[in-house]
Design a protein around this ligand. Structure first.
Ligand SMILES: [Zn+2]
Length: 736
């Protein structure tokens, strides 16, 4: 007879009670046996917390809890097995078992305490996942183990410091290039009291010095790094695939951690490659690095706070390897500095095959994201609503099985922010209501509709129930990050901030969940181009030509000397055309910010000239002619300068329009809008939105509109069409 199903006894919600899982000692292949114990956080119970992803909820197996059966996901079973000792009892907090998942009230209460549970834990173990080694070890061999083999990697107490700053100012550069105060940076390490660090000149990092412990790096790790280099340089290494698959996999994983070790100690990427780019040791190490970066743990929203909240470095478990999370995180986060910023590794980077670049980028991305969030939380002061928006934007690509967890999973990170948001976990509240509540608080707090400017994929079934004005916080269309969209929409004042009715939720109307905004209809959209997508098959000049035709300004049908009627004073239609194609903005890379961060400026007349010149150069080239251009100093513009002009035009065009469309309105406005813009949609300006919105009439009611996205409409971007001080000309619209 099988054991009965586990029954929970209710927790006392008034006592900060939690359940603690006692994982009983056992040999590797023994069944997993545990006991539950109730404790109050107020009594400072000793426990270690586990961070892991549940994995497929259908793929489960039994563990024994208090003599009863509990169906645990296979991934949880794998984590517990890796954590278990054959000798010692392990005292753990594990959400799937310690919270009665069937009790919404308890779940609400316990999830509200998550931040404290992870902060107070004596240690946190992140189970990243299995690494593949177990599949290569026969079961009869595993049956002999008391404990599985465990390979520990150490994070050395090294750091990068800016060499030209006084000692009290030195520290690690964070992801935005801000120097973190050294004493505070030291506090983030376990052994921060460890004395004896001497600055060492870094030949490979002209900007930075590397501080290393006097007694050198961890010797075992150093040996593994040396072995990895030796394997790369050995032409015989696994030449004919003579190594066993297990040995090969272990070597690859050692290589991956050797790369991480080097990088986190401030060494260069190029210094990690001591052999040929196609040596089996090097390609194998990258393969293992790619496997680690692809694990589900990195893609889940919920685990973020579990890795960030603990006061100390957490242990990451990857199969038989145990390493400080900081080692993995640092190495990935710093990687782009070697190929995007500093010149140290640029040449090496350019020599890498594309697939190797992709693996390294895929590894750098989640680590940089984790570190960026960690450092933003510790340095930047934001109000809770702003921080929640920042975190939701940053985690758009992260997944949660329950859409509510995308939001609830972040609340624990808001504790140190001012102005508490009116939000605590409540699993009795439907997802739709939660998303509306969050959006409404953000709009009310910021007195702005900027969260409406995101244009999101609304694919998940629950999210498709949301009103069009409520963000799903899922992936956005196009190549823009939400931050870039934010940057692109702040340069305008289509309806300048001022008096009027702020957006609010419609109550006592036939349109529940509608957002009431004050808006003014500009014009209906009467023509829309196909989607603008960069493709090697379509030349830029052919796109320019077809857009000239679309806007009716091409020779011989159009009149190039005509003026565009919506600017005051009227401007030539050609420059209005160019400004529309650039959304009147040009980008620049801001190197004070993270590498690759794009900021947008309004276009100057010189920029517009350059854009139009690019069109002329391209058209001349198309017919095999060379345009002769005399510069102000009397010299002739050379080919390189022409290429620069063309590149400027093309890059700015795509920054503005990738994955968007152009349109014309009934009155003749030139504009661009989101990819779903259709004939019959309308351009509105709305109080609270600095850019026009494309809205769609719907059948629910005459005053109802669906939000399509934000638009650029030439001639109304700076308040030209905005209602006067009294707000006349505006009317209430219901966004449904
Ligand atoms: Zn480098």
């Amino acid at each position: 007879m099988s054991p009965p199903k586990l029954k929970y006894e209710a927790l006392n919600p008034n006592k900060n009670s939690i359940r603690i899982l006692r994982l009983l000692p056992g040999r590797w292949i023994d069944d997993i046996q545990c006991e539950l114990q109730t404790a109050s956080l107020d009594d400072n119970p000793a426990y270690e917390a586990l961070s892991y992803v549940w994995g497929n909820p259908q793929d489960t197996g039994p563990i024994i809890v208090d003599g009863s059966h509990f169906q645990a996901t296979k991934n949880l079973m794998a984590a517990l097995r890796r954590l278990r000792s054959s000798v010692d009892l392990k005292v753990l907090w594990v959400d799937a078992v310690c919270i009665n998942q069937a009790d919404n009230d308890e779940k609400t209460h316990q999830v509200g305490m998550m931040a404290r549970i992870y902060k107070d834990a004596a240690d946190v173990h992140v189970f990243l996942g299995e690494s593949g080694v177990l599949d290569l070890i026969p079961e009869q061999d595993q049956a002999m183990w008391d404990d599985p083999p465990r390979l520990h990697w150490v994070r050395d107490m090294t750091m990068l410091v800016h060499t030209d700053k006084p000692p009290h100012k030195v520290g690690k550069l964070d992801s935005r290039g801000v120097i973190i105060d050294l004493p505070n940076y030291l506090k983030s390490f376990k052994s921060d009291s460890d004395p004896g660090y001497e600055p060492v000149d870094a030949e490979e990092f002209p900007m930075w010095a590397i501080w290393e412990p006097e007694d050198g790096l961890n010797a075992t790790d150093q040996q593994r790094v040396d072995d990895f280099f030796a394997r790369q340089q050995n032409p015989e290494y696994d030449q004919n695939g003579q190594l066993s698959p297990l040995q090969r996999l272990r070597d690859n994983q050692t290589g991956a951690f050797a790369i991480m070790k080097m990088l986190s100690n401030g060494r260069c990427l190029k210094a990690c490659c001591q052999g040929l780019l196609d040596s089996p040791a090097w390609t194998g190490a990258l393969e293992a690095l790619g496997h680690l970066a692809n694990l589900a743990w990195w893609s889940r929203a919920w685990v973020l706070q579990e890795a960030i909240l603990p006061q100390r470095d957490v242990n990451a478990i990857y199969g038989e390897i145990i390493a400080p999370m900081g080692l993995i995180e640092d190495s990935g986060a710093i990687l782009p500095r070697h190929y995007e910023r500093g010149d140290c590794c640029k040449r090496f980077w350019n020599s890498l095959p594309e697939d190797q670049k992709r693996v390294l980028q895929a590894f750098a991305y989640p680590m940089g994201q984790l570190e960026g969030i960690r450092e933003t939380l510790s340095i930047i002061k934001m109000k809770q609503t702003e921080m929640l928006k920042y975190l939701l934007d940053k985690t758009r690509f992260k997944e949660a099985t329950d859409p509510r967890d995308k939001i609830y999973g972040l609340l624990g990170l808001l504790n140190n922010c001012d102005d508490p948001i009116d939000l605590s976990p409540d699993y009795n509240l439907p997802a739709k209501d939660l998303y509306i509540k969050v959006a409404l608080q953000m709009i009310t707090f910021s007195q702005s509709l900027s969260i409406l400017h995101q244009h999101e994929l609304r694919s998940s079934p629950i999210m498709s129930e949301l009103p069009s004005w409520v963000p799903t916080w899922g992936p956005t269309y196009g190549s823009f990050t939400p931050f870039q969209i934010g940057e692109r929409t702040t340069n305008f004042r289509a309806w300048p901030p001022g008096p009027g009715h702020l957006p609010h939720l419609a109550t006592d109307t036939p349109y529940p969940d509608a957002l009431v905004v004050q808006g003014k209809l500009i014009s209906a959209i009467t023509a829309v181009t196909p989607l603008m997508t960069k493709s090697p098959d379509i030349s830029f000049v052919s796109i320019l030509t077809s857009l000239e035709t679309f806007f009716g300004i091409d020779h011989p049908t159009g009149d190039p000397f005509a003026s565009y009627p919506f600017t005051s004073p009227p401007k030539p239609v050609t420059t209005s055309f160019a400004r529309t194609l650039l959304t009147d903005q040009i980008y620049e890379l801001n190197y004070a910010l993270k590498a690759g961060q794009v900021v947008f400026d309004r276009a100057y007349p010189g920029d517009i000239k350059m854009f139009l010149l690019a069109g002329q150069i391209l058209r001349a080239q198309e017919v095999g002619q060379e345009l002769v251009l005399i510069l102000p100093d009397g010299t002739v513009m050379d080919g390189e300068a022409k290429d620069h002009v063309v590149r400027f035009a093309e890059e700015n065009f795509w920054y503005a329009n990738q994955d968007r469309v152009f349109f014309q309105t009934e009155e003749g406005h030139f504009g661009s809008g989101p990819r779903d813009t259709k004939v019959g949609d309308e351009v509105w300006i709305v109080l609270g939105s600095l850019v026009p919105l494309v809205l769609r009439p719907v059948t629910q009611g005459e005053e109802c509109r669906e939000l399509v996205g934000y638009g650029y409409v030439h001639g109304i971007m700076d308040g030209e069409a905005a209602p006067g001080v009294e707000g006349e000309g505006g009317r209430e619209v219901y966004l449904v």
